[in-house]
Ligand binder design. Structure first.
Ligand code: ARG
Length: 462
């Protein structure tokens, strides 16, 4: 058989420059869309046969040929040729080579512009479902770890300064909430993108009576897009997806930063399993939290993808432009990075221990009970602003005297505020304070256990 030419070689004279061939191709990275491209093509061909634009037998041959190509790609036996530019052309060319003339009818009423918009949506839908499942696994790891520390107290921080005591479980559960919002956000993105652009053609639709609703239903889309120009030109859902990945990574980077600090000798709050640490080539004593550092760094690379995607979209003229080909580089990179970071975080969370006795030994530092003392005074009819001032003075006094608030005698207290009585000691000390929170969602054992139950029910529900 003579070397098959691209159909537009009839239009353009001379061979495409070698540098240009390598420059314009996307096959090297859009090959990962092959399953979706073939799924979309089979749906399109089925519709063509329903519309009597091809015969049933031609559809049969196309379907069989495409399935065979999918298998070859899967097995790594498919010969890719960069001159075919992208996965869409590669598959179509292979189909024509395999089944001859019926293959030439596949592209009826279709363009690569609506094809690629369809493929990315199909890919992203699956990618999001996979990512959501991984995030859920990470949530479960947090809830499990929280279950081990419902009674143990740690300081909470604001401005990285000691703030108020909480149970360790409450700290861990804070990540479960953040991750839940990541799941919801990704779900919103998935629902938003789930409309079929297929049948929008190159930009204006087609004069051939194809049935867009049929391909949409076949591919599991909720409906069809409403405007062909918009369908081939927008990638807002790509930016949205990368934004969702960015926030997910922002949450993971918070965990990474916390735990890098918590695992220092200075803090010694946690011990990350050796399996997730590295050592130094020179300093034999080192146990470095490199995985967490890399999660922190990879967050930056996902933000970079977001900026790249937004900039690709900026001031792009309406209709399809080749600029859009680069969307895939960034959605793939962001999706892959998010996915591997969630896996890594899950592994680390599942294998980390809190050094409760060490944390406990340091709980006297930092006046963790100061706010609770001010709130105690509110209960004794002191306006909060005044109570805040009283406790501020008490803390300054204690600091000078090298004392804790709970070391003070009633007489010492009375010098600052007459309303302080014998029962004050129940409101002092980190352990007492952490058990006195009464508000919904607070950092006490009681509230945390309630939330653990909630999450266990929710996360184990199908
Ligand atoms: N590889 C292209 C992309 O990823 C496919 C569409 C190209 N269409 C065109 N008319 N040049 O966006």
């Amino acid at each position: 058989m003579a070397k098959q030419k691209k159909s537009w070689e009839k239009r353009l004279k001379g061979k495409t420059d070698k540098l240009a061939v390598n420059f314009v191709e996307s096959l090297s990275y859009d090959v990962r869309l092959y399953k979706y491209d073939i799924q979309g093509s089979i749906a399109h061909a089925k519709m063509l046969s329903e519309q009597k634009l091809i015969t049933k037998s031609e559809f049969g041959q196309i379907k069989q040929g495409l399935s065979q190509i999918a298998e070859q790609i899967e097995l790594g036996r498919f010969k890719f040729n960069k001159t075919q530019e992208d996965i869409h052309m590669a598959v179509e060319a292979a189909l024509i080579k395999l089944i001859g003339d019926p293959g030439k009818k596949l592209h009826t009423g279709r363009s690569r512009n609506d094809q690629v918009a369809t493929d990315i949506r199909l890919w992203m839908r699956d990618e999001i479902a996979e990512l959501q499942a991984k995030i859920k696994k990470l949530q479960k790891a947090f809830v499990k770890l929280a279950g081990c520390y419902t009674e143990n107290i740690m300081p909470s921080y604001t401005h990285m300064q000691r703030a108020q005591p909480v149970v360790i479980a409450a700290y861990l559960l804070s990540f479960v909430e953040q991750l839940e919002r990541d799941i919801v956000r990704l779900g919103n993105c998935s629902r938003g993108l789930n409309v079929s652009p297929l049948g929008s053609g190159a930009v204006a639709g087609s004069t051939i009576a194809i049935d867009r609703k049929s391909t949409a239903a076949e591919l599991g889309f909720d409906s069809v897009t409403g405007n062909s120009i918009d369908s081939v030109s927008d990638r807002d859902f790509c930016a949205e997806f990368i934004f969702d990945c960015s926030l997910l990574l922002a949450h993971l980077s918070k965990l990474a930063e916390d735990w890098i600090i918590y695992s220092t000798n200075e803090f010694s709050f946690i011990t990350i399993s050796d399996t997730y640490c590295t050592s130094s080539s020179m300093m034999p004593q080192k146990r470095n939290p490199d995985m967490l550092e890399l999660i922190r760094a990879k967050t930056g690379s996902v933000y970079g993808s977001l900026m790249a995607m937004l900039t690709i979209l900026k001031a792009q003229p309406s209709g399809y432009n080749r600029d859009l080909q680069e969307d895939k580089l960034h959605v793939f990179k962001a999706g892959d990075t998010a996915s591997v970071c969630v896996d890594m975080a899950e592994a680390i969370v599942s294998d980390t221990k809190f050094n409760c006795s060490e944390i406990e030994a340091g709980l006297d530092e930092g006046f963790l009970d100061a706010t609770a003392l001010a709130e105690y005074l509110v209960g004794k009819a002191v306006p909060f602003r005044d109570a805040h001032g009283v406790v501020g003075s008490l803390v300054a006094y204690c600091e000078g005297a090298g004392k804790k608030l709970s070391d003070l005698t009633i007489d010492e207290f009375k010098k600052y505020c007459d309303n302080i009585e014998d029962d004050v000691y129940k409101s002092l000390g980190a352990v007492n304070v952490a058990s006195s929170y009464v508000t919904e969602g607070a950092g006490s054992a009681k509230q945390s256990k309630k939330r653990i139950n909630y999450w266990n029910r929710r996360l184990n529900k199908k």
